[in-house]
Design a protein around this ligand. Sequence first.
Ligand SMILES: [Zn+2]
Length: 238
Amino acid sequence: MINPFVTRRQLLSGACCVGLGMAVGVAAETTESGTIDVEPYPRDANEALARLKLGNQRFIDDKPRHAHEKASWRSLLVESQKPYATIIGCSDSRVPPELIFDVGFGDLFTIRIAGNIIAEDVIGSLQYAVAHLHTHLVIVMGHEGCGAVTATVDEMLSKTKELKHIESLIKSIKPGLKMLNLKQDRDSLLRAAVEANVRWSIQELLALPGAKRALRDKRVTLIGAVYELNTGHVRFLG
Ligand SMILES: [Zn+2]
């Protein structure tokens, strides 16, 4: 339990932590009894990743705690935000990052676009998250059954054409799939294509000078992942 009179800004900036004997930052939320639960803000990308993995396990086990949803918590976020990870994910309705990782308001900076492609505006959003919000962890998360990836594979197989702006998505995805064996069975091909697309997005990010610097200076950790629709498991790529 902490002093409920700590200001929102102090809570989000971690300024109250010295008195609390905590390392860096806190996450707080009023419980049913009126006390405030505290949770240390992740000190680095490893801690942030560990927290997301724990949340994903709760989600898989069907035991989500739905933290950081109540009005008391949201009120702390009115003045500012301090998300501890950025997720570049797909727009698909079946892959909402906050639910998959059992986190709440203010925890994640999410950038969602069909096929989790690295478009110019995605880069701008990511730059904002890293430069201004200082998220240490960036995850590119693809998913099984991705329609954008499937459309790209189908076009590579049958030379079909999609609508103009869907073609634009396919054009972004296609270079990352060029090494795939198109003759393997369809399920294996689509699974491989989803993972290859995540790796391609990461490769595109790594080619950006700003991203290179951030990674070299260890300000950011960049990691790929694939969400499995059947199990709910997020498989992180090595
Ligand atoms: Zn998708």
